[in-house]
Design a protein around this ligand. Structure first.
Ligand code: UGA
Length: 431
């Protein structure tokens, strides 16, 4: 801990962010109680199991079990807590604005917790939320309790590493003492601390995700143009990214971005602008390009097959990216819905996703291997770049398919090798 005091921290929300935050703060030496309203989740966590798939998280929870506990009871979490982390989800509401009802129920539960030193917002919230929370705390007799925005930049699949080795720790606080308290909590984390006002910190989170999404939509548009002009987007992206001012990250073309953050946060930022009477033109185009990108894959199959009615199509990979079991806003969901709407039969494979109970997946057939999913198929789509797909015996796979049509939505495979095996191989932005 290098001299910084050990704190008692209450983390509200045991989702991806809350669990990673709680486990990492415990690993830094703090005493952490994670509170969630879902009894099954809390029960699982108490028995040492992790309800989500996140590499390294299970080990970290196990290694820190003396300092890390789980509860359903808000008062138990708050008992003696000096810092409260708000890590509840903020899903889109009917208007596209973030639904803050879970945030408010946490804030309401703090009434009477006069021993608190600070409330920290990790949940992604609209700019200006901090001022409203501040006013609510003041109204509840908690005027002496500091407030900070400490947005999260970890990505699923690498969240534990990202937390401990971040590019930056952003702390938005109006009082210096609160900023110092939150900064000290992170002692042992390998990354620069950037302190600013609350509104700016709230904006950093939304702007960062929007810019990352912009890079992807940009390269996806360039990929489409490469297809029309005979250029190869992989060469283009590599060389563009070598310019140190641009960088090579988030220039991988594909079937579109998804997940629990980019779709929700880009829409929330767009609505935030609309609420002020300003139309964010660039971000609107970024979202539109992404919606089209997912649909283009289906059109490409239609171009090849004439119709999708009665065709059997295999979706290889369902999660929004590899290394996670998360299906939220996954491009696969749009592809499956579109295929079913076109009258196709959908077969799928994924090593982690468990989508059976969710629409539209109820009408699809799930297989335990990619080979079984493509058997008898008229087309297969690589939707998620799981490394297992590189190991598929594609020579055998092509012989098992009814038609050898393969759409590689992640440019995972080698075009020359796949064509040599007899595939009609289509990828994104490659000739
Ligand atoms: C994203 C951000 O990367 C994190 O910094 C942020 O903290 C997080 O959202 C959040 O707001 O909580 P995540 O959604 O876990 O993290 O996933 P990413 O790795 O960013 O990927 C998002 C989507 O973009 C995926 O569908 C991925 O396949 C796609 N992508 C990513 C591309 O299509 N091309 C790329 O070059 C990179």
């Amino acid at each position: 801990m290098g001299g910084a005091p050990v704190r008692k921290v209450a983390v509200f929300g045991a989702g991806y962010i809350g669990l990673v935050t709680g486990a990492c703060l415990a690993d830094l030496g703090h005493r952490v109680v994670v509170r969630d309203i879902n009894p099954e989740k809390v029960e699982l966590l108490r028995s040492g199991e992790i309800p989500i798939y996140e590499p390294g998280l299970g080990d970290m929870v196990a290694q820190n079990k003396e300092r890390l506990s789980f509860t359903l009871d808000a008062q138990e979490a708050l008992d003696g807590a000096e810092v409260v982390y708000v890590c509840v989800d903020t899903p889109p509401s009917a208007s596209g604005d973030a639904d803050l009802s879970r945030v408010w129920s946490v804030v309401r539960s703090l009434e009477g917790a006069s021993h608190l030193k600070a409330v920290v917002m990790k949940s992604t919230v609209p700019v200006g939320t901090g001022s409203r929370v501040r006013a609510t705390l003041d109204g509840a007799g908690l005027g002496h309790v500091g407030y900070a925005s400490n947005p999260e930049f970890t990505a699923e699949g690498t969240a534990v590493r990202d937390f401990l080795h971040p590019d930056r720790i952003v702390i938005g606080a109006s009082e210096e003492a609160t900023a110092r308290l939150i900064s000290d909590l992170h002692q042992g984390v390998d990354g620069p601390v950037v302190v600013m006002d609350v509104r700016s910190a709230e904006m950093v989170k939304l702007a960062s995700n929007a810019l990352l999404a912009t890079k992807i939509s940009f390269i996806n548009e360039i990929a489409t143009l490469c297809e029309k002009t005979g250029a190869d987007v992989e060469h283009v992206a590599r060389a563009v990214g070598l310019d140190h001012r641009l960088g090579h990250h988030f220039l991988r073309p594909g079937i579109g971005w998804g997940g629990s953050c980019f779709p929700k946060d880009s829409e929330a930022l767009r609505q935030l602008a609309s609420n002020t009477g300003y139309h964010l033109q660039l971000l609107s185009a970024v979202i539109e390009v992404n919606n089209l990108q997912k649909r283009r894959a289906i059109q490409r199959l239609k171009d090849e097959l004439g119709t999708l009615t009665g065709m059997r199509v295999a979706l290889l990979g369902l999660t929004f990216k590899p290394g996670t079991d998360d299906m939220r806003e996954a491009p696969s969901t749009v592809l499956a819905s579109r295929l079913l709407a076109e009258g196709a039969e959908v077969h799928c494979w994924d090593p982690m996703a468990r989508p059976a109970e969710v629409e539209p997946w109820r009408s699809t057939l799930q297989h335990v291997s990619p080979e079984l999913a493509v058997e008898g198929a008229d087309a297969a789509i690589v939707v998620t770049e799981w490394p297992q797909l590189k190991e598929v015996d594609w020579a055998r796979a092509v012989s098992m398919m009814r038609r050898p049509l393969l759409f590689d939505g992640r440019n995972l495979l080698n075009p020359g090798a796949m064509r040599a095996l007899g595939f009609t191989y289509i990828s994104v932005g490659r000739p």
